[in-house]
Ligand binder design. Structure first.
Ligand SMILES: Nc1nc2c(ncn2[C@@H]2O[C@H](COP(=O)(O)OP(=O)(O)O)[C@@H](O)[C@H]2O)c(=O)[nH]1
Ligand SMILES: [Mg+2]
Length: 310
């Protein structure tokens, strides 16, 4: 039987992996059948909601790093997807904290290995981070870059000319050389890049013990589908978030605003909004060193419309 090709997407929290998947789904070759798996650090799972669409199965694995906490769950989820859907291609978004190499090992092992072909690994980087020593010192970040077949600089609209030149210089010197190095904005990856040659990946030996992300906490909230949020109040809430939550790492949610749903995202001091086709509950999640759930829950509740409070 024809094997399903897996493309793993890795990259730091907030670099644009889900945005890239949304773009790729829109530009999928019509004759190919795809399925998507997203993994998230937190418990409630926002990316699955942001990616949900009518044409393609999206499975979500929430609550930890794909290759350890969520490892057995990933194997079961992938096996079920393959059996039910027989996709030509499986796109896996690893949480920005996952040991991507461990995920590949998991996918190569039996029983999954027989049904899967490991395709090109897509690693997204923010060129501002890629050229900074602070990031390059982190083993997780280095792992993600080492693993890439396709290395994509996203958010190039946020980088100055010198940063982009430094990115090209440093990326070009990586050894072994990448199959493809690209620069995009808004996750606009070319679907053809998914098919570039994947290098054989050596077996993974973790450079750092698992659970090294213990410095962060995450907290999620869920709201019933009939709860409506007020757009302006949400804007104020997101504007005030960095002040409310010292050391904020990441915040994101999908919210019902009038009769549509928006995906709101805070990463790297910047926030954005996109329409999504999700039509279920509203949910919000953040990652930070310390979270006062009571205060934040109160602020969120105040973003509801007066209609929603009835
Ligand atoms: N300025 C800018 N923002 C972007 C770009 N690509 C994605 N974003 C935003 O970055 C935030 C995080 O994106 P997301 O795809 O959720 O990142 P993930 O955590 O890697 O999945 C969202 O608000 C996106 O809209 C880009 O090229 N430029
Ligand atoms: Mg994501």
């Amino acid at each position: 039987m024809k094997k399903t090709v897996v493309n793993l997407f890795t990259g730091f929290l907030g670099v644009g992996k889900t945005t890239a998947l949304r773009h790729l789904i829109e530009h999928r070759p019509p004759h190919e059948k795809w399925a998507i798996i997203v993994n998230e650090f937190g418990e409630v799972g926002i990316d699955g909601a942001a990616l949900s669409n009518d044409d393609m199965p999206v499975a979500e694995i929430a609550g930890g790093c794909l290759c350890c906490v969520a490892g057995p769950q990933m194997t079961a989820t992938v096996a079920t997807l393959l059996r039910r859907e027989h996709p030509d291609r499986l796109l896996v978004e690893a949480s920005g904290l996952a040991h991507a190499a461990g995920v590949i090992d998991e996918l190569r092992e039996k029983p999954l290995g027989d049904a899967l072909e490991i395709g090109a690994v897509m690693t997204l980087v923010d060129p501002r981070q890629f050229v900074s020593d602070e990031y390059l010192r982190q083993p997780l970040y280095r792992d993600q870059i080492a693993l890439a077949d396709v290395l994509v600089a996203n958010k190039i609209d946020m980088a100055d000319v010198e940063t982009l030149e430094a990115f090209r210089r440093q990326a070009g010197m990586l050894f072994p050389p990448k199959t493809l190095i690209a620069e995009v904005r808004q996750g606009q990856l070319d679907p053809a890049w998914l098919s570039v040659a994947a290098r054989p990946q050596p077996r993974y030996r973790p450079a750092v013990p698992h659970g090294d992300t213990g410095q962060w906490d995450s907290q999620g909230w869920l709201f019933e589908p009939d709860v409506e949020f007020d757009g302006e109040r949400l804007v104020d809430f997101f504007d005030a978030l960095p002040k409310q939550v010292p050391g904020l790492v990441r915040a994101k949610g999908v919210f019902r605003v009038l009769d549509s749903w928006v995906w709101l995202n805070w990463a790297e001091g910047q926030w954005g909004a996109n329409q999504v086709s999700w039509r279920r509950d509203s949910r919000f999640e953040l990652i930070a060193p310390n979270i006062d759930a009571e205060v934040l829950g109160g602020l969120l509740t105040r973003c509801r419309t007066d209609r929603g409070e009835r």
